[in-house]
Design a protein around this ligand. Structure first.
Ligand code: DCP
Ligand code: CA
Length: 405
């Protein structure tokens, strides 16, 4: 059965919430983000303001110069969160398979649920109507057989739009669009593609895979698949992994630093492997320690950039470990490392070569380990674990099984 996926995204979200509260703001250039004489950037701009070139991320001072008549609002996050919850609740009435992607955006797998409304098109119209009636907001909807095409469609339909791409029409729908319309293609990737003479998604979809791979590595294959409208990612209802962690309790409490670090390295690699398996990137790294007297601490660090590499997870965990142990001299009973703030979005414009090389290396290690077990490849640090944990079928047998989620 072919799937029917909807991508629903509210138009000019923060601004629209302000306009519902204060209808005088309707039809005017409005910016949420702060006062123009203060430092800061535009969070949201009304479509009237966008006509002057204003957009999210632009410094407020620039926005005010380009559009002096714009109305600047500081904004109130609690209000937007409340609107977001009510928005998601409406969507959940249409299908239980809902995956929120942010405050004002969600994927819905509606396969089989459309019959209640007549068709997917009528279902989307009913959804838009409820959002308008109950929240006063406009939503744009894309409907297709997979996430990427649904997302491109909703974006293209804005504002207050609705585009349905029939099954089998995915490629012809994408073909004429500029590459920048593909989610994940940022300015850098767009320029790199342009350098290769690739300006449209159609051109990208017919570029031989080996050429894309030689320029973009593993991202080349993702690009190729998305450009061809091939995307089998499922709609994952919330409750799907929001974090991934691995922890272990030692057989005897440990004070020996290298042994703690070796275990941390091992656990970091397990977390990293799982993260990449799920094709996700993490924003936060959390270290957990339980001391011999059972007091338990967690220490969290937010990364500057999302990551999925073992090295970054471990390095961050190690820093947290060192600073925790500076204050505490007690021996450790349990150590754990976890990642959270997971996103699926692959930043294809992050084609920075060192990050890229690391990614390639991690993928290669994952492949070998899938085949031959964890111990097939070891870093200097985890080798120490050979003396601590028994090996079983290419894996270390930890004293306690790893806990996760
Ligand atoms: N947002 C933000 N900072 C950004 C981008 C967005 O604070 N750099 C906030 C404000 C937006 C909300 O997130 O209103 C949703 O982001 P979108 O990218 O969906 O943008 P809008 O909803 O404002 O506009 P559009 O109609 O293009 O979806
Ligand atoms: Ca939006």
């Amino acid at each position: 059965m072919t799937r029917r996926i909807m991508h629903i995204d509210l138009d000019a979200f923060f601004v629209s919430v302000e306009q519902v509260e204060n209808p005088q703001l309707k039809g005017k250039p409005v910016v949420v983000g702060g006062r123009p004489d203060r430092r800061g950037v535009v969070a949201a701009a009304s479509y009237e303001a966008r006509a002057f070139g204003l957009h999210a991320g632009m410094p407020l001072a620039t926005a005010s110069r380009l559009c002096p008549q714009a109305i600047f609002i500081v904004g109130n996050f609690a209000k937007y969160r409340d609107a977001s919850q009510r928005f998601m609740a409406i969507l959940a009435d249409f299908s239980p398979y809902i995956e929120p992607m942010g405050l004002d955006e969600a994927y819905l797998d509606v396969t089989g649920f459309e019959s209640i409304h007549g068709s997917t098109h009528q279902m989307a119209q009913a959804m838009k109507q409820r959002i308008k009636d109950e929240l006063g907001l406009c939503a744009s909807v894309g409907i297709a057989s997979c996430k990427v095409v649904a997302k491109v469609a909703s974006e293209l339909s804005k504002p207050d739009g609705l585009i349905e791409v029939a099954g089998g029409e995915e490629r012809s729908f994408l073909t004429p669009l500029p590459t920048a319309k593909l989610p994940g293609i940022g300015k850098k990737a767009e320029q790199a593609l342009k350098g290769l003479g690739i300006v449209t998604i159609g051109k990208l979809s017919t570029t031989p895979l080996n050429i894309l791979k030689s320029h973009f590595g593993v991202s080349g294959e993702i690009l190729y698949r998305l450009a061809n409208g091939i995307d089998d990612r499922k709609v994952e209802p919330s409750g799907a992994a929001k974090s991934i962690s691995r922890e272990t309790t030692f057989a005897t409490d440990i004070q020996h630093r290298p042994q703690l670090e070796a275990t941390l390295r091992y656990l970091s690699e397990r977390v990293g492997g799982e993260l990449r398996q799920q094709d996700k990137q993490a924003r936060c790294v959390t270290l957990k320690l339980r001391y011999s007297d059972f007091t338990t601490i967690t220490r969290r660090h937010t990364l500057g950039q999302t990551a999925d590499s073992d090295q970054i997870i471990f390095d961050t965990g190690l820093k947290l470990l060192k600073s925790a142990l500076v204050r505490e001299k007690r021996s450790v009973r349990l150590i754990g490392i976890g990642v959270s703030g997971l996103t699926e979005a692959r930043q294809l414009d992050m084609l920075d070569s060192s990050a890229h090389r690391r990614e390639q290396l991690n993928k290669a290690i994952d492949r070998i380990r899938q085949k031959y077990g964890f111990t097939a490849i070891q870093t200097g640090r985890t080798l120490l674990l050979r003396d601590i944990f028994p090996e079983d079928d290419g894996d270390y047998t930890l004293h306690t099984p790893s806990l996760s989620r």
